[in-house]
Design a protein around this ligand. Structure first.
Ligand code: GLA
Length: 390
């Protein structure tokens, strides 16, 4: 399968640029099993990679020119964007090219000699669905340039550079989870990641073998205020950490939560944010313990607890996400929660294999009855992280 994809992307590259690429790379989208809005609080996360990938065919250039083309963007002209690497500067680009160009900028800023490239991109990661299509784009470009220019950077180092590209060049205040997931996930595993030092453990996560499935339900909505709200939550968490005199909310121990909340006095909003982050870190640790003990079905209620916390304390769910969770649970799911940044995007549902069809139908009917656009439902199989295809 990946050979056919690599061949098709290489062929398009050849049409666009007149010669074949030096190589073809892929990087996946992700879903996050548990650990939401903990990454910019130095906490724990547990994503796994989707089979959906961003694929890049790339060749080096030595003349300072960066040419970019995407199969997924219809700019009317079907055009190739042409930039000069020396001119790349944060805030100058608000379009899709900011992601690959931002990566080149971040590599050069960090002192790596990248003298240009021809890049053609094609992605199967659903955009705007909270499945990290941007991180997949960033990481695939970073990995290709790392290989071609012999930079010798490790996956976690590429993730840091791509986060910097997104924070500074694109201007989105995201954490480190999505880029690390795209770079470091392994097939058949979820990635238990400590976002403070990026130490990680691959946790075997083979649901099918245990008679279970994880469904992704893409609600196909993305509420317009999501980016501003993300920044507000992040600022609120930082305020909480400052009030409590810690570097990050990760440093508030679960056992000391009540005392911390008391110290925050009547700042109800900060109290809610702190409570979510501290309890969410504990939920990640609980899920890891349960999976390592082979008690997979028991993670269901922990996922659902996570949703309640995101809905009531962090306040980033929405009608469509709640509808998926409530309907799935009523139809017999083991657990369900929103995943990703919130305010739309996707939810995940843990179910016994035998219940998958009934559950899927129940969710689809609930959306139809509510007059909402039909959601896209698919099974998420933990897949490979970023890699060279050809
Ligand atoms: C988005 C961000 C991540 C993370 C999640 C919430 O996906 O890109 O860094 O903060 O939201 O967990």
């Amino acid at each position: 399968m990946s050979e056919a994809v690599a061949g098709a992307v290489a062929e398009r590259f050849t049409q666009l640029y007149g010669a074949g690429p030096e190589g073809v790379w892929a990087a996946p989208g992700r879903v996050n099993l548990i650990g939401e809005h903990t990454d910019y609080n130095d906490g724990f996360v547990m994503p796994f990679a989707l089979p959906h990938t961003a694929v890049a065919a790339v060749s080096r250039r030595d003349d300072g020119v960066l040419r970019l083309h995407s199969a997924d963007v219809d700019d009317g002209a079907g055009g190739v964007a042409e930039l000069r690497v020396a001119d790349l500067a944060p805030g100058t680009d608000r379009g899709w090219t900011a992601y690959p160009a931002g990566v080149v900028w971040a590599l050069r800023e960090a002192g790596h000699e990248v003298t240009g490239a021809d890049i053609h991109l094609a992605s199967t990661v659903p955009a705007g669905a909270g499945l990290s299509s941007s991180a997949a784009l960033e990481i695939v470009v970073a990995l290709a340039l790392n290989d071609l220019y012999g930079l010798g950077l490790r996956g976690w180092q590429l993730a840091r550079l791509c986060q910097r590209a997104e924070n500074v060049y694109v201007g989105a205040p995201v954490g480190i989870m999505d880029q690390t997931a795209a770079a470091c996930c392994e097939a058949g595993h979820a990635l238990f990641l400590d976002t403070r030092d990026l130490s990680q453990r691959q946790i075997p996560f083979d649901l099918a073998a245990e008679g279970m499935r994880l469904l992704v339900v893409d609600t196909r909505v993305k509420h317009a205020h999501s980016e501003g709200e993300y920044g507000k939550r992040r600022a609120g968490c930082e305020k909480g950490a400052a009030l409590l005199g810690v570097d990050a909310l990760r440093d508030v121990p679960y056992a000391g939560l009540d005392e911390a909340l008391e110290r925050l006095g009547d700042d109800e909003e900060v109290r809610r944010l702190v409570r979510h982050v501290v309890t969410e870190d504990e939920r990640v640790e609980r899920v890891v313990s349960l999976l390592e003990a082979g008690d997979t079905a028991a993670i269901g209620p922990v996922l659902t607890e996570g949703h309640v916390s995101l809905r009531d304390d962090f306040r980033i769910s929405c009608r469509e996400l709640d509808l998926v969770v409530d309907t799935a649970l009523a139809a017999g799911a083991l657990g369900a929660r929103m995943t990703g940044g919130g305010f739309g995007g996707s939810a995940i549902v843990l179910a016994r294999t035998a219940d998958v069809d009934t559950l899927t139908k129940a969710v689809q009917e609930a959306f139809a009855q509510a007059g909402l656009t039909a959601p896209r439902v698919f099974e998420a199989v933990p897949s490979a992280g970023a890699r060279r295809l050809a």
